[in-house]
Write a protein that binds this ligand. Sequence first.
Ligand code: SAH
Length: 510
Amino acid sequence: MKRSMVYLVGAGPGDPGLITVKGLECIKRADVLIYDYLVNVDLLKVARPNAEFIYVGKQGGAHTLEQEEINALLVKKALENKVVTRLKGGDPYVFGRGGEEALVLHENHIPFEVVPGITAAIATPNYAGIPVTHRDFTSTFGLITGHEDPTKDESSIDWAKISTGIGTLAFYMGIKNLPYITEQLMRHGRSEDTPVAVIRWGTTPQQKTVTGTLGTIVQKAKEIKPPAITIVGEVVKLREQLNWFETRPLFGKTIVVTRSREQASEFADQLYEYGAQVIEFPTIEIAKPDTIQPLDEAINDIQSYGWLVFTSINGVDAFFQRLLELGKDIRDLKGIKVCAIGPATEDGIKKYYLKVDCRPPRYVAESVVEELKKVTTIQGEHFLLPRADIARSFLPQELLKLGGKVTDLVAYKTVMAQPKDINLLDKIKNGDIHIITFTSSSTVRNFIEILGEKNIAALNGNVQFASIGPITTQTAEEMGLRITIKADEYTIPGLVNAILESVTSGTEKT
Ligand code: SAH
């Protein structure tokens, strides 16, 4: 019998990579996920698809649910014999009211476990180039709430002791009270020259750091809004040398990925690793063809073909999935040669335990024909091309001209994705987006369809466009978009490189 369980899990400070292995397991295992404002929602992607998601975020003063209601919800869901994972920002027991939630579970005899997380006071200064201890500067480190009401008669913080008794001080939730906090510290003996850093949305691509001293930080950080943490102490000086995160090449850049949701993550992950903020804005969706009959006929007669030619990874997946659905497997492909247009397509084929016999040096149809001519006699050979409904006619036509027999069929369909409602056009006009990427002609066409042809002029002036290859570039330019970043190698890593080069050489518009 299934038994109830509540995991109180620290989700870490923002960077989704900073959750523990154990915490991630608890997300995968959950029937119900209850999560806060500071939890990175990307972490929820690993949850079971039929899990229940409940957002109970508190943002500033506005609570979606009061703490008592959250406690009651945990108990209620657990008593339904469910595995409940309660995700909290940072560590559950550091200013996270995790202690209160655990006590309520204890009182209700509900089994629970608490998974620690990396707390903001450790992770965010790190990502701002500040080690919280360093033997040359400090041997002590204190975590303090900055949320205390300054009009309270008696403070529960002993300002006299912490001001001079602790080296590095981290104030959580202290932005509103920053004038009060700095004043208390100076009044109780901490020098006004003590370095201070205020870090907002630490460990994420939106991280913003402001530095000053106890005497100057209030003025300097007046634009900073929560969530932010304040770090006080000599260690802040090390930021000048140790600021590894904010100096990554794409930090501060917002880049839009327009390819399909299924294919976006590999590309998005690479950009993210270089520090970019990535917005996934899928413009295409991959769907089954209107009729599957031609593909079925080809598969049933597969031994009449000499070559299978794949020009996209979607074509590979569509073909092999159907092969398996029809009760066949790769043994039925014995003797048939395989061609892949580029390395990603080749990798897709290898996943089905087949090797590729031909791959051109340039990843376009023109180069496929040239390469095929080198490795086989086209005349009289029978080629199967499982492709998209909108694939170019160049490849089949050329093979036909050279005397080949060609079966060019629709293995999958590219349809326009339902546009995501994220005010992309406004963001572009405001200069909040730096680069928009295109990885196929259909991403270009659908992007323009979604944003509106009449807005093309406004787009060109406000954002840069990046293209994976010459055909995509040509489509974009014919439609009036100016492509300023072009991949030398027509692959995702090639496009990432072109973006890096453009940004680091400073040719991009900022
Ligand atoms: N349990 C959390 C803290 C919750 S209190 C933890 O262990 O980190 C919320 C406060 O944490 C915010 O007001 C802010 O001061 C701090 N905080 C949490 N995440 C942060 C982040 N990514 N960047 C800056 N401050 C953060």
